[in-house]
Design a binder for this molecule. Sequence first.
Ligand code: HBZ
Length: 797
Amino acid sequence: MTVHDKIALTADDLQGDISRHLKLSIGKDASHASLHDWRMALSLALRDRVVEPWFASTRKTYDGKHKRVYYLSMEFLIGRLIEDVTINLQVEDMAVEAMKALGQDYYEVVKEEPDAALGNGGLGRLAACFMDSLATLAIPAYGYGIRYEHGLFEQHFENGQQTETAEGWLAQSHVWEFERPEVAYKIHFGGYVSEENGKANWNPSETVLASAYDTPVVGWQAKWANTLRLWAAKPIKLFDLESFNRGDYVGANAPERLARTISRVLYPDDTTTEGKELRLKQEYFFTSASIKDLLRRHDYEGYDIRDLHDHVAIQLNDTHPAIAGPELIRLLVDKHDFSFDEAIDMARKCLGYTNHTLLPEALEKWPADLFARILPRHYRIIEIIQDRHIAATGSDIRIIEHGNVKMGELAFIMAHSVNGVSALHSDLVKETVFHDLNAAYPNRILNQTNGITPRRWLYSCNPALRGLITDTIGTGWESDLERLTDLNAHLDDASFQEAYRAAKSTNKDRLAAWLQERSDVTLDTSAMFDIQIKRIHEYKRQHLNILETIALWNDIRDNPNGNWTPRVKIFGGKAAPGYALAKSIIRLINDVAATINNDPITREFLQVVYPENYNVSMAEILIPASDLSEQISTAGKEASGTGNMKLSLNGSPTIGTLDGANVEIREHVGAENFFLFGLTAAEATEKRKDHGYSRRAIESSPKLSRVLGQIAGGVFSNGDHHRYSDILHNLYEHDYFLVSCDFDNYFAKQREVDAVYQDVTRWTRMAAANTAGMGWFSSDRTIRGYADDIWGAKSVE
Ligand code: HBZ
């Protein structure tokens, strides 16, 4: 049976469904329908086809009594859904045909869909890739998160500086979801705890409703579908009629406003903690609703609460849902007569915790008094967890310390398994942040190197390369990505190489056309497209890249007749609104772009572009068009990276440090196909002990000294000597991220890149070897690892 038989679909059917939805669901006549209306109609017609596999999966899980995975994440960065669904259902051609018959361009309609940007970066996108793989592998699973009214802010540049405006994806109806008004839980905050008949009784001061919205997530070829259940906060009482009748119309709406605030905005907070009360409430809100929901399902299916761990695996995506431990214990003790020891033991059997960062400032901590005020019962439970932990292990690691509740320690102690997200990161987790807890609980830490879904990050975003791969090695690689190694036999084949280059140039043309239309910027598509796309952060070192760009510009100006390799440096990414230094880096990039792009001497060799508002949809255009992938973080600081995987898979060799998953990428694609530079993690740690290292490194590098002198001299800031004093001061006096120490090495490696790029055959071989070597980085492999090593969950065949 083909996937089309299974979902009973032909292009005619689809066309009929679209017309029917346009008329009956949207209430529009074809002659008056807008692009938006057509999108709604197409989406609804596609959604119809997801429902059958979705129901079938639910039934099979229920009938087979299969264990379910619950993936708790503050973020799901899913992006657009139309193509995701047409591709998983394998109906893209049909959709194109059906829309054409209706006088519409499918691709225009696709572009009209706003991104569901319910995440900041890697962590949120990883959750979305995991949902795709869980469905593809037919592992019964729920993703649980928050239905933010406003996703990640929109980024604009004003005079080169980042400004932010609210994102509004829910301003129009989100047709992919099903509202579940009957699935709602009361979530409490504040108040006090009393004792009744020896039982604790929480008397909260504030209560909101968590109301469920379900989006089906269909896997490859519609074999299986799971649910993404997002919680929206609503008031328990919609409206204060008493106030209204008194004429207090604003006051009448207060209950609604207060409750809604909880699911109003995504914290625009990549890697630094935000010590806000509202954020703690958000975390408890969605975690509590999710735990209550899975307990209700367990009970509904007639299972004994004492067997919970046989049916339920809960994964914590970072510490944001770490309150799951105390919440589950609370419900087991206060509502189900478990003893504390029994409840702690049960919670631990159900919970796994994934760590995504070593940066101390990113490990969540809450002021103990705030925590105790908002969650008084949980605070007491955490004290008990801590006591039992100390009694059982003799460890002197505490969860509550120096007036803070430390969520990393809580998550670690409450989970049966703690994992890092790349081999290097997991080793560093053992050696650094959780050194002592690792000693207290040996073997608890393991590694699951991140992965990416090849359906979205190759098949969907790169039709040109998809076609070549299938022509060369046949189908099947989409769900068995390691089959890409079959490409190795063709790497030196001239016709394969030519076709590989043709695919890349199609993608570069597509990017150039997009940029021309969007920002009236013209790209030289014969130049190397050198791309750095990720959140802006000191440790990711976009400033290293832009400093190198300035040094290259200097060299070209000094010798305009040299044999230069034309490059377009492309940046994409947002800075957290409160992160001043990251914002300065953005401004510097834009200032440098303005200067360099207007230099007639260097223009044909060097261009810098930075399209505003980088998001998933933009990544889908940039990644396939990339020639060179910049993965230049300070070694030891990037937990894994996943953009590095997407770029390499799409035929873009990496220039990078031995950091995060770069280490494993290099092993898989071959050291000869990777441009390595920079200090190692161990060398970086040593270097920091070497007092005055940055100033010395700068003074011993004529190129870097010249560049920093130009910035200080106002070359890129209209003579303003102070605009970048924050960056300069940091580099000279502190430079924790070792930009100065890695600069010369990076510059030299870039010149090696230039030379290799001119050797077209060699470069093509390298690029294709990257594609061929990246099969292991499919998130299908990652999810199998979690299922086997952590969840004890099985694929339903
Ligand atoms: O998680 C990222 C890591 O930096 C990256 O190396 C890794 O590949 C990826 C997936 O494992 N971490 C994040 O994206 N973190 C956040 O976005 C974040 C969001 C809110 C916070 C803290 C971190 O409060």
